[in-house]
Design a protein around this ligand. Sequence first.
Ligand code: GUN
Length: 305
Amino acid sequence: MTAQIIDGKAFAAEVREKVAGHVSRLKQEHGITPGLAVVLVGEDPASQVYVRNKGKQTIEVGMSSFEHKLPAETSQEELLELLDRLNADPQIHGILVQLPLPSHVDEELVINRIDPDKDVDGFHISNVGRLATGQKSMVPCTPLGCLMMLRDQRGSLSGLDAVVIGRSNIVGKPMAQLLLGDSCTVTIAHSRTRGLPEVVRRADVVVAAVGRPGFVRGEWIKPGATVIDVGINRIEAPEKGTNDDGSVKTRLVGDVDFDGAVQVAGAITPVPGGVGPMTIACLLANTVTACCRANGLDEPEGLTA
Ligand code: GUN
C-alpha cells in the first residue's frame, strides 16, 4: 500500500480561507483591519520573491500590507528606529524582518527589538521562552504549519512517538516543543545522532528538517508513520535536459527519499507542494492571532498551536 500524499497547497488554501473569514469578521464587527509589516533590507533575489508573495497573500485575505524595502547600506540604528515606529503603530499587528540581514547588522538584536506580541515569526527570545514553558506565544510559521497538518492527519497526537530530525531554531527546536505540547514522546535527532535509522524506525511521526536531499531513507520509516518533509533542496536533474546556457536543469527535492518512503508511510508530504505553501498561510494566521490578542478578542480557532 502506498501512503496518502498530504496536499499542502490545498491545506494552505483552506487556512487562508479561514484567515480571510476572521479578517472579514474583525472588519465588520469591530472595525479592525489586521495589518502586517514586512521589512526587507538589501536586494537578495530569493528574499525579494518571498516578500512579494507575503505582501500579495496578505492583501488577498483582506489584511493591510506595509512593505518597507530598505537599501543594503541601511544602518543597524536606522533599522532599529523603523522597528520602534512599527512597534508603536496601532495599525500594525504583525512585524516580520526578512532574513538573512546584511552582515553589518546584528540579527539577534534586530529580532529582539520587535514587540514580542507583534513577532509573527516567533523568533523573539520571549516567544522562544514562552513556547518552551507552555505559555501563550507567537509560534514560528513552518513548525506551526507542520503541526496543523499532523493534527489534521492523526487527530490527537497524544502518546505518539515523534522524531524531529534537525535542531535549528527556526524549525527543529520549536517543532519539538510543539509536539511535546501535544503530548508526543519527542526525540530530537540531527547529523551527529548515532543509530538514526533505528531512532526513525520507532517513530509514528517523522519531521525531517536537515537540509540534505533524500537524507531520510524509505527503509527507515515505520509502516503507517506520518512523514513531514520540511526540506527544500535544489538538485541537478539531467533527465530534464539542459538550459539555454548549457547548464543542467534542476528540480526541488525534500530531505526524505520520497519514492522509498511513499511505499511504507501512512501519509507523507511531497516536495514541492507539501510544507512549503503552509509557511505563508501560517504567517497570515499568526497576524490574525496577534490582532485578536492585541484587541482582547477570542483567538481564531484552529489557527494557533
Ligand atoms: N528567511 C527565510 N525564511 C524566513 C522566515 O521564515 N522568516 C524570516 N523572517 N525570514 C526568512
